[in-house]
Design a protein around this ligand. Structure first.
Ligand SMILES: Cc1cc2nc3c(=O)[nH]c(=O)nc-3n(C[C@H](O)[C@H](O)[C@H](O)COP(=O)(O)OP(=O)(O)OC[C@H]3O[C@@H](n4cnc5c(N)ncnc54)[C@H](O)[C@@H]3O)c2cc1C
Length: 385
């Protein structure tokens, strides 16, 4: 089979890019610094994003989504993150960690009940996998689910849940059988309105400040028997497949942060004068900018390729791990250099680059740390799956 390699966006993808870029620069960018300062949940921005179809981008139109492909999705995520990684975190989690598993593993009844509201912005989703003793080793989770008549009864504490404060719908992973590791886990769709679920501690963070991160406590939470995704015992598989999609959004987020760093640093290098010259005339600064541009381009190509493979229905676990690893390290490196190019002004809040630096760090941590991405990649390289 010959594979074509296209290095230009389709008409449709360019339209999505133009639409989201315009929205992000008009409605998000002017407020990004204030959102970073206050940590306020940007409800009106999320409403506008929903109206543009950004909350359920890959959900088919039949379920109220935008029916876009994964390439369109990553293009949109880069544009949103270029303006505010905090806002984009809210959006990407709803898309990839809430809509996606319901679409791919939910019964028809669950899809009809939850997707139109999640994709249409009438409800917000979150994903509850991590626990105090199960982070990178997520399959060691200890939350339990036991059948009692027509309900599952859930107990356990989930931590670091993005959108945890505002979410109406939570995808909860809990141990429903005696089998160890992934095999004993099931995935449930849990409404915040169900009895026995509540928000616990809310975290104060280094970056992505307007995206809430909270503990979710399940204390005898009763969930209808049919609100299980796939079959009982498939939750581990569902979590891992969902994480591949999640990593796509985070890799694109990292590319967006790196682009913001490059664009702001380039502008500053033209404006700022020292020793009678714009600092961009100094070779040291030019080399920083050149390296930032190269790494950003490489990161974006990895992101697009992972998205393309997903659109082809082909395995993309290794490729998306590569994209997330490289893009997140690029975001961290590029934002660090952007602060350096701004000198003292890079360290204060008058400019946005210190925000990019703080926001970039999370991309190396959530949805699998960089060490875990290297583990995933090396297992595939060595042929151990
Ligand atoms: C802001 C934020 C938002 C988040 N959102 C969500 C969410 O919405 N839902 C959710 O379920 N979780 C969420 N998380 C959790 C996140 O995915 C975990 O924090 C992450 O997977 C790492 O787990 P941990 O924090 O327990 O670190 P640990 O697993 O304790 O890791 C500590 C260190 O050890 C390293 N390490 C661990 N195991 C290995 C190994 N085998 N080989 C080499 N190094 C290793 C790690 O790479 C890391 O450097 C979020 C976290 C944050 C901070």
């Amino acid at each position: 089979m010959t594979e074509t390699v296209e290095f230009q966006l389709s008409e449709q993808h360019r339209m999505v890019q133009g639409m989201v870029r315009e929205f992000a620069s008009r409605e998000i960018l002017p407020r990004a610094a204030a959102l970073d300062r206050t940590g306020e949940y940007p409800a009106d921005i999320i409403r506008s994003a929903s109206a543009l179809g950004l909350m359920g981008m890959m959900v088919p139109e039949a379920y109220g989504g935008a029916g876009q492909d994964a390439v369109a999705y990553v293009i949109a995520q880069e544009e949103l993150a270029r303006a505010s990684a905090g806002v984009q975190t809210i959006v990407t989690v709803n898309n990839s960690l809430a809509c996606d598993p319901i679409l791919h593993w939910g019964s028809e009844a669950l899809r009809r009940r939850y997707l139109p509201a999640l994709a249409g912005g009438r409800s917000l989703g979150c994903s509850c996998l991590t626990e105090p003793s199960a982070g990178s080793d997520a399959m060691a989770l200890a939350a339990t689910a036991r059948l009692d008549g027509d309900s599952w009864v859930l107990h356990g504490t989930k931590i670091f849940v993005t959108n945890g404060v505002e979410a109406d719908v939570c995808i909860v992973y809990a141990r429903s059988g005696p089998e160890p590791g992934a095999r004993g886990i099931s995935a449930f769709v849990v409404e915040k309105a169900f009895p026995g679920i509540r928000v616990g501690k809310v975290e104060h963070k280094l970056g992505i400040i307007c995206s809430s991160t909270a503990e979710i406590i399940l204390d005898g939470c009763r969930v209808p028997r049919d609100n299980v995704l796939g079959e009982p015992g498939q939750g581990g598989r569902i979590a891992l497949a969902t994480l591949d999609g999640g990593r796509l959004g985070i890799a694109a987020q990292a590319a967006g942060i790196a682009r913001a760093a490059l664009e702001d640093a380039t502008r500053y290098a033209k404006e700022r004068r020292q020793f009678g010259h714009a600092i961009g005339e100094f070779e040291a600064i030019q080399w920083f900018l050149a390296d930032m541009a190269v790494r950003l381009e490489a990161a974006r190509l990895l992101v697009y390729r992972a998205a393309y493979l997903r659109d082809q229905g082909r395995p993309y676990t290794k490729e998306v791990a590569m994209a997330k690893l490289f893009a997140s390290e690029t975001a961290m490196w590029a934002s660090h250099k952007a602060v350096q190019i701004h000198g003292g002004y890079g360290y204060v809040k008058e400019y946005n680059v210190e925000r990019y630096f703080r926001d970039a760090k999370i991309t190396e941590i959530y949805e699998g740390t960089s060490e875990i991405q290297r583990l995933v990649i090396s297992r595939q390289v060595f042929g151990r799956h």
